[in-house]
Design a protein around this ligand. Structure first.
Ligand code: UDP
Length: 358
């Protein structure tokens, strides 16, 4: 059984780390990794491969920095070439980026079955590039590995065959458990930044809907300023470039730092008093580490955390950010368990060894 895994962006490296580890213990599966190059600098890519001990990519397309259309088109071409040469039994893709969609389209046209990890999520906002990528990938996939109950229902409502969808849990929960203890041991980020536990808010910001619209970006920074909290903000390269382009400066209570590695991020998350984010992954990690969260978006794919009281939505232009941050401080939610048993990667690896159609 041979699998070609396509990754390209930071959250995919973290998800692939746990699944590749689970695959590597099954001698019947041979995995090769293809890196599209979507995220290419050391802070966003190489560091994750090293820190999370992800196998070196066998192929690197070096495609990044262009528009959605340019990137996706070039990726499809590059992935197709590798697929024609390698003829794997499965193509494995993660999440909702241009790399995910390009992998799915290249494979499905060659009749190579596609397995989609983190399938079935929906924001129901078709203006988000991520929503288009995940909907189309799910419809091209043979096997959909859903992290939550909602992610099982959504594809069924779109007419995708029930048999194709398996609820396995969330591989990011596996990652939080697996790397959480290591982070405690090896990360020196709190010392480096001179931070006491539970004395700061951790924020991240990178969704195009927030960063590419100067009014929304400025409104979020104003909300941060008005909160009066000490805020640590690891800056995604896109956010950094938009701040410069729009001539916006961070408020005094917000400390921008370069993007951090996953282990440092886990340490920052666990010790934050609150997390404010527009990231999908970080919303869940807040819950995994039992930290309250404010999500700086109009909607979320992880609806169960809003329902359980762990997460509150505060859209950029709502004027609600300072109040949401204030009221979430020190709060918690219901004791729920929506993301599996921490064995999602093992279940995925096991499922991939079962031949298609059986
Ligand atoms: N992350 C990281 N360093 C950072 C910011 C985020 O390691 O400086 C991790 C974070 O812990 C999570 C993942 O990156 O596991 C989330 O990625 P991102 O927010 O870029 O994408 P999304 O989850 O929104 O697709």
């Amino acid at each position: 059984m041979r699998i070609l895994t396509v990754v390209g962006a930071r959250p995919q490296f973290i998800k692939a780390a746990v699944v590749s580890r689970a695959i590597s213990v099954r001698s019947v599966i041979e995995e090769q990794i293809l890196h599209t190059g979507q995220h290419f600098d050391i802070d966003m890519s190489a560091r994750f491969f090293e820190e999370l001990e992800i196998p070196e990519p066998a192929f690197n397309l070096g495609i990044g920095g262009g528009s959605h259309g340019q990137n996706t088109g070039r990726m499809i071409e590059g992935i197709e070439r590798v697929l024609l040469d390698q003829r794997p039994d499965w193509l494995l893709v993660y999440g909702d980026t241009d790399s995910t969609l390009a992998g799915a389209l290249a494979a499905v046209k060659l009749h190579i079955p596609v397995a989609h990890v983190e399938a079935g999520l929906r924001s129901f906002n078709r203006r988000m590039p991520e929503e288009i990528n995940r909907v189309l990938t799910d419809h091209a996939a043979t096997r959909l590995f859903a992290p939550t109950a909602a992610a099982v229902t959504n594809p069924r409502n779109e007419g995708i065959e029930s048999d194709a969808v398996e609820q396995v849990g969330d591989v990011m929960y596996d990652a939080a458990l697996f790397y959480g203890k290591k982070a405690e041991r090896v990360s020196s980020i709190l010392r480096d930044l001179n931070l006491n536990p539970k004395s700061y808010v951790l924020a991240t910001l990178h969704r195009a809907e927030n960063t590419d619209d100067p009014a929304r970006l400025e409104a979020i920074l104003d909300g941060f300023r008005a909160s009066g909290q000490r805020i640590i903000l690891p800056l995604h390269p896109r956010t950094h470039s938009r701040l410069t382009r729009f001539g916006l400066v961070l408020p005094e209570n917000v400390q921008g730092i370069p993007p951090v590695g996953y282990l440092d991020m886990v340490q920052l998350e666990r010790n934050a008093i609150l997390i404010a984010t527009d990231s999908g992954g970080v919303q869940k990690e807040a819950f995994f580490h039992q930290v309250p969260c404010v999500t700086l978006r109009d909607e979320t794919e992880w609806v169960e955390l809003v329902e359980a009281g762990w997460n509150r939505l505060a859209p950029a232009l709502s004027g609600l950010i300072p109040e949401a941050m204030e009221t979430r401080l020190g709060s918690s939610g219901l004791n729920v368990s929506h993301y599996g048993q921490g064995d999602a990667a093992r279940l995925i690896a096991g499922s991939l060894t079962i031949p298609r159609g059986s």
